[in-house]
Design a protein around this ligand. Structure first.
Ligand code: MG
Length: 353
């Protein structure tokens, strides 16, 4: 490579993808394009560029102070939405690399998948969904963050493949691997992220629930411990290997898991719902969070001038309810607490010097 002459580094990297990735991988050069056409970067293929845009976004930095399961935890070792996101990206890259899929694409989707999460985890999502007339789902909000809200309303202008993966990552208690239908994403890379998200939370939420003394290790069903192994790293290793080897089995590279692995992943998920997410100790805290979000929403609807002031807006950029939902969904846990305190709680009197 002669450094005196301008070289087309992006094209060289794109060619490298063509030569090294599986025929089932999504190549950067074959992207379906961006929402708005723009000149592509000369040193980065498009998915690598998307990954960088997500990392530099404000919504990404806010993930640090958003709940994963335990509300604004004081301990330094609990997961937050940010560390969850990083664990998903790391698991997805391991699987993608083993299957010769596009690592940049899985990384971009992973890092963007939870950008639309509300404060207080799924409790925030539930209450916004109940009070906002058009409904609220965090995966749709993640797409709205990257398409519309970031960069003061102009969005990140990501590629279709990253946007599709972000929108279709969500599953709640649905199937672990989508085999058909509308929910199935455009790329195998997006399918990898979807299963990696589940692998990440199935393992780290168990770990955090033990740390938070909501469960003890002996509460985990014996057959699950035997199948996955007793530690966080063993659980991830079992699931990651299960996805890689089953996906390679028929030579067609379809992202899949064995019936046995699916049975145990669902069993572990049911255990988490019953003993952690819906446990009174955890759930009672979230009932209080419902009130914070509902009160803020109702207050801002009745006081539009105050809303504009707090949101730092000169005017509504969309219908009122939509703007208020965007603002609340974007809050970190601690921001929502502080704002609630500022609006609803009397503060000790101070002489204004
Ligand atoms: Mg997630």
């Amino acid at each position: 490579m002669c450094l005196n002459k301008p070289v087309k580094i992006r094209q060289i990297l794109e060619e490298k993808e063509e030569n090294t990735l599986s025929r089932y991988a999504q190549k950067s050069r074959l992207t379906r394009g961006r929402l708005k056409e723009e000149e592509e970067c000369d040193i980065r293929p498009c998915f690598q560029h998307d990954r960088d845009r997500i990392i530099h976004s404000k919504a990404f930095r806010r993930l640090k102070h958003k709940t994963q399961v335990f509300l604004a935890p004081q301990g330094d070792h609990y997961r937050t939405r940010l560390t969850h996101t990083l664990e998903v990206a790391q698991i997805a890259r391991t699987i993608a690399k083993a299957l010769a899929l596009n690592e940049d694409l899985v990384e971009a989707i992973s890092l963007g998948h939870d950008l639309g999460h509300t404060p207080f985890g799924h409790a925030g999502e539930e209450v916004l969904n109940a009070i906002y007339p058009s409904g609220f789902r965090h995966n749709e909000q993640s797409l709205r963050v990257v398409d519309v809200l970031e960069r003061d309303g102009s969005g990140l202008n990501l590629t279709m493949e990253v946007r599709d993966g972000i929108l279709r990552h969500s599953k709640g208690r649905g199937e672990i691997v989508v085999r058909d239908g509308e929910e199935r994403p455009l790329t195998r890379e997006a399918e990898v992220v979807r299963v990696s998200d589940i692998i990440a939370y199935l393992s780290h939420d168990i770990d955090d629930a033990i740390r938070g003394q909501v469960i003890s290790p002996k509460d985990i069903p014996d057959d699950c411990v035997r199948f996955f192994g007793p530690t966080h790293s063993k659980r991830i290793d079992t699931m990651v290997r299960g996805v890689i080897f089953e996906s390679l089995r028929d030579g067609e590279l379809s992202i899949s898991i064995s019936e046995e692995l699916e049975y145990y992943m669902k069993k572990l998920r049911d255990f988490l719902y019953e003993r952690v997410y819906e446990a009174p100790l955890v759930h009672d805290v979230f009932l209080k969070c419902y009130k914070i979000i509902e009160d803020l929403y109702t207050y801002f609807l009745k006081n539009p001038a105050r809303f504009l002031e707090e949101a730092g807006l000169e005017d509504f950029y969309d219908e009122r309810e939509r703007c208020i939902v965007d603002f609340i969904a974007g809050m970190t846990d601690r921001y929502a607490f502080k704002l609630y305190e500022k609006i609803f709680l009397p503060l000790p009197w101070r002489i204004p010097f």
